[in-house]
Design a protein around this ligand. Structure first.
Ligand code: SF4
Length: 480
């Protein structure tokens, strides 16, 4: 049986898209290889958010191309955002690549792989146009003369958002991602996503609910709804009902699915938090108390330049409203340092908002110019050392805030959904609190998949250590 290995870079959307591709290949008889050396097909799902992520994927593929010397039939492919933005140009640098599939073509990857391997000649199932690269324009020598022609398909396709809906679940898997929409129309000036993921397109509520019901019936207890601008779900397709946006209607419907105990979503935009969504955090018990709320900058001047659509004051007001709706809510954020023209004053404004908002964690990124985005050609691009310095200073502020906030949890009882072996220590189990904090416990197979009350013993920063807060006898009847 042929085997496939998929390497995924980037966000949860990419993880989810790779899972769909795995599922389709498995349905055609492919097995999932443990590592790239065992595989007959190697696919890299790429990310374009930063230049570094693209370079990493290109370098990785360059190294994998060496495997072809010993294994000429090996199929090498790129999928996802970088495949979409660079298309056939990738072949200039990496002529051994056989397959390039864009972000609206994940459902075609299994067909493309079969065609490259000479298995049948399945046409694109949805009538999609397969666009061959202009091989005549490639530099010589590009590849051996008998090499099969690469397949490149980065066309857009109506309805492609409805194709990411199947899962590959591990035994006793209790959490799952559910892709509810694709694309983003916001045009933030630093972001490449609108060109790599296309216009906003949402799946119907009924279809998503059926998928979540299937997950629940398979043992999943927690779902995370995914979209590039997730809380603006359905705004072009579905009407508001009783003052509730399509996204809040969807949250209610997903929370109603029997067997699902927890619901999360990522990544939202601050402008998508209207009253109905803020109120949902106070009235939907299954909606977890954690919001990842990208700030990007605390400077109103830069927020305008970034085209973010809110001010620092409006952002902080939203933070206060969320904390009012759920006082235990955890807030995390994304911040860019070194955006073109960022002054020390702008940076100080970001530090101020960080201190005011008291984030539980922040993902801080040094600005990286992205192809064809307005910010890439703005004046006053900052040198790397300035970006690095601000990154370090902001990290220090965040660490100080997190330390203080995290210590508050020590000694408290919280509910943990136990997921299984810890990623850093397979002899321990790990789970997450409703606020998305990682908790390490002693390994006990009976706890896997359980919502377990635990008492936090200590924290080392962003990780917590805990013990079940019930006695073993009580657990026998409570957690069976
Ligand atoms: S809202 Fe997010 S995904 Fe959309 S353009 Fe802005 S940063 Fe990119």
């Amino acid at each position: 049986m042929p085997s496939v290995y998929i390497k995924t870079y980037g966000c949860q959307m990419n993880v989810r898209d790779s899972e769909q591709v795995s599922r389709q290949l498995q349905a055609r008889g492919y097995t999932l290889a443990e590592g790239e050396r065992d595989a007959d097909v190697i696919l890299i799902n790429t990310c374009s958010v930063r230049d570094q992520a693209e370079q990493k994927a290109m370098n990785k593929m360059g190294a994998l191309a060496q495997l072809k010397k010993a294994k000429p039939d090996l199929v090498l492919g790129f999928m996802g955002c970088m495949a979409q933005s660079r298309g056939a140009d990738i072949l200039d640098r990496l002529p051994d690549v056989d397959l390039i599939a864009g972000t609206q073509k994940f459902h075609e990857v299994a067909n493309m792989v079969d065609r490259l391997r000479g298995v049948g000649s399945a046409p694109a199932a949805t009538g999609a146009e397969v666009v061959a690269p202009d091989l005549a324009s490639l530099p010589l020598p590009a590849a051996p003369a008998d090499r099969r022609a690469p397949l490149v398909d980065i066309a857009s396709e109506k309805g492609s958002q409805n194709t990411i809906r199947e899962h590959v679940l591990a035994p006793k898997q209790v959490t799952a991602f559910v892709s509810i929409m694709q694309g983003c129309n916001m045009r933030c000036t630093f972001c490449i996503v609108p060109s790599t993921r296309g216009e906003e397109r949402s799946r119907p509520i009924d279809d998503i609910v059926r998928e979540v019901q299937w997950l629940a019936a398979s043992g999943v207890k927690e779902v995370t709804l995914l979209g590039q601008i997730v809380n603006l779900y359905g705004r072009h397709e579905f009407p508001a009902v009783d003052g509730k946006s399509p996204f809040v209607q969807l949250l209610e419907a997903v929370c109603d699915v029997q067997g699902i105990e927890r619901v999360r979503f990522t990544s939202p935009h601050p402008i998508g938090f209207r009253k109905d969504l803020v109120a949902a955090f106070g009235r939907l018990p299954k909606l977890c108390g954690h919001v990842h709320l990208p700030l990007q900058s605390g400077s109103n001047r830069l927020l305008r330049q970034m085209h973010r659509g809110y001010t620092a004051e409006a952002y902080l007001k939203l933070v206060a409203q969320l904390r009012e709706a759920n006082p235990d809510i955890a807030l995390t954020t994304d911040i860019i340092v070194g955006f073109p023209g960022e002054t020390e004053e702008d940076f100080a404004a970001t530090v101020h908002v960080m201190r005011e908002a008291q984030f539980d964690n922040s993902f801080i990124f040094r600005y990286s110019p992205r192809k064809d985005t307005p910010a890439a050609t703005m004046d006053e691009q900052l040198p790397e050392d300035v970006k690095m310095d601000r990154n370090q200073r902001l990290l220090a502020v965040q660490d100080e805030i997190a330390k203080e906030r995290n210590l508050r949890l020590v000694g408290q009882e919280v509910e943990v959904l136990v997921e299984g072996e810890s990623k850093t220590n397979p002899f321990r189990y790990s789970g997450r609190t409703r606020c998305n904090k990682i908790v390490i416990l002693e390994a006990n197979e009976r706890w896997r998949g359980q919502l377990l009350p635990v008492r936090i013993r200590e924290t080392t920063g962003y990780t917590y250590y805990a013990e079940p807060s019930l006695t073993a006898d009580t657990l026998d009847t409570t957690v069976a």
